[in-house]
Design a protein around this ligand. Structure first.
Ligand code: NDP
Length: 285
């Protein structure tokens, strides 16, 4: 029976550390880390995510301000707002909650966030640095949270066979790059992959970031594998991952639950990145 990787507990450890360090930073420099969130439109999922981020920041001693803008907001004005925040000394992190309403050119908007304040780690410069094997200002939150979860098992990543299912810029591709950086042998699978089951079966480390409940079945998993389930699928029965959890836990060595696995880590890494940014701006690191 697989051991459960408890993302809530690991994330809480990171949040506690951020709170302590944020207090020390304030004591030493008078600087309080501040995250500026931009929420455009009224997507219910985004509203929940932003509220969760605001709450987590408050608990960790990070100040937030949220710019709630109507879906009809002008793109040029939005970019001006971002440029203003780039120049604002007291703002250390800028987060544009995605997805933006369809009428916005997401890439055009995001490229205007200063890479040094891109605490989501999704700016093209930060992703480019990651892909080029150079240190980005920030690692993207979900992928870096995934690496922390894998390392929490005590397993070595070096030399292991890792399979990432999903190739999005937010999760799949950067996670594969981070695993490669840790010297895993990495395969990326996607919707056109032939023989998905055979490839997944080779994985010592499996990351499922698909967005379709139950795609990864127990018989696809290598005995003893570390299984990280990123999927968040809203079903009538509640939230479900991409992995058949009940079946997979009979075979895997370690597995993350949904909810309570990757999700809490994403927020914890956002807090950690915002603190790092504030420390840098204060000349504290
Ligand atoms: P995307 O929809 O951008 O990407 C999904 C990927 O899965 C694509 O690369 C797609 O392939 C691939 N895929 C789809 N169907 C199959 C299939 N049957 N077999 C193999 N591959 C398939 O999603 P995201 O990467 O943004 O998110 C993935 C999941 O993770 C979602 O459930 C999302 O809600 C969740 N998520 C959770 C987070 C958290 O904090 N817990 C954070 C971010 C995301 P192709 O490229 O060919 O279309």
């Amino acid at each position: 029976m697989a051991k459960i990787i408890d993302g809530k507990i690991i994330a809480q450890g990171i949040k506690d550390e951020v709170r302590e360090k944020a207090a020390k930073l304030f004591e030493a420099t008078g600087v309080r880390p501040k995250l500026s969130v931009i929420l455009v439109g009224d997507d219910p999922g985004s509203q929940v995510y932003v509220r969760n981020k605001e709450k987590a920041c408050a608990e960790a001693g990070i100040e937030t301000e949220t710019h709630r803008l109507p879906a009809s907001y002008d793109e040029k004005q939005l970019i001006e707002l971002i440029k203003g925040l780039n120049a604002e000394q007291k703002v250390h992190g800028i987060l544009v909650q995605l997805p933006l309403p369809k009428c916005f050119n997401e890439k055009e908007v995001l490229i205007n966030v200063a890479p040094a304040k891109d605490v989501d780690g999704l700016h093209i410069e930060n992703l480019g640095r990651l892909f080029a094997g150079q240190e980005p200002y920030f690692y993207p939150c979900t992928p870096s949270g995934i690496i922390r979860l894998i390392l929490s098992t005590g397993a070595q990543i070096k030399g292991k066979e890792a399979v990432v299912v999903g190739r999005s810029n937010i999760v799949g591709k950067p996670t594969a790059m981070l695993l490669l950086g840790q010297h895993a042998t990495v395969t990326i699978c996607h919707s056109r992959t032939m023989n998905l089951g055979e490839i997944v079966k080779r994985a010592d480390i499996l990351v499922a970031a698909i967005g379709k409940a139950g795609t990864i079945k127990a018989d696809m998993i290598k005995r003893g594998a570390i299984v990280i389930d990123v999927g968040m699928n809203r079903l009538p029965t509640g939230l479900a991952g991409d992995v058949d959890f009940e079946g997979a836990r009979e075979v895997a060595g370690y597995i993350t639950p949904v909810p309570g696995g990757v999700g809490p880590m994403t927020i914890a890494m956002l807090l950690s990145n915002t603190l790092t940014s504030a420390e840098r701006f204060a000349g504290y690191r």
